[in-house]
Design a protein around this ligand. Structure first.
Ligand SMILES: C[S@@+](CC[C@H](N)C(=O)[O-])C[C@H]1O[C@@H](n2cnc3c(N)ncnc32)[C@H](O)[C@@H]1O
Length: 136
């Protein structure tokens, strides 16, 4: 993501101190960095954990260190947005994030990826071991 465009977008989202901002297609974290630059605490997720984790000498978290913004780094997690683990909790104030800032996969340069089999008939069923389900 172009740095200037990323800054403009974070500014349009009113990124500021006290705000919580989430990017569900975080990739290498450009929106997280620019939103934190304006003082927001940022959270991100991506289907591709490699982008979030990076490498030993180059990673999303190291970018926060480089720009001295670590105190504004909330967290990141791996997630397919089409089946996001973020849920409404009944009875709890629904408004957690102040803004969602993202650059979705439009399908031009990069397409949407979805977790799961392209052949659902080949998906494995639940596994039982010693009389109990493996996932419980
Ligand atoms: C255009 S890139 C975003 C780049 C990001 N702004 C950056 O600074 O690196 C789109 C991102 O969407 C992710 N993506 C694709 N399908 C997804 C899905 N179903 N759920 C979550 N992320 C997905 C890709 O892994 C990719 O990192």
């Amino acid at each position: 993501m172009d740095a200037e465009l990323s800054l403009v977008t974070a500014n349009l989202a009113h990124a500021a101190p006290g705000k919580l901002i989430y990017d569900p297609f975080a990739g290498t974290g450009s929106f997280l960095i620019t939103s934190s630059h304006f003082g927001a605490t940022t959270f991100g997720s991506d289907i591709d954990g490699r982008a979030l984790r990076g490498k030993k000498d180059r990673s999303l978290l190291l970018n926060f260190h480089q720009y001295k913004l670590v105190s504004k780094f909330g967290d990141t997690f791996v997630s397919d947005l089409t089946n996001t683990p973020l849920r409404e909790v009944p009875g709890v104030n629904k408004r957690v994030f102040d803004a969602i800032v993202c650059d979705p996969p439009y399908g031009v340069r990069e397409g949407l990826k979805v977790l799961g089999s392209k052949r659902p008939e080949r998906e494995k069923g639940p596994i039982m071991m010693n009389g109990s389900w493996r996932h419980t």
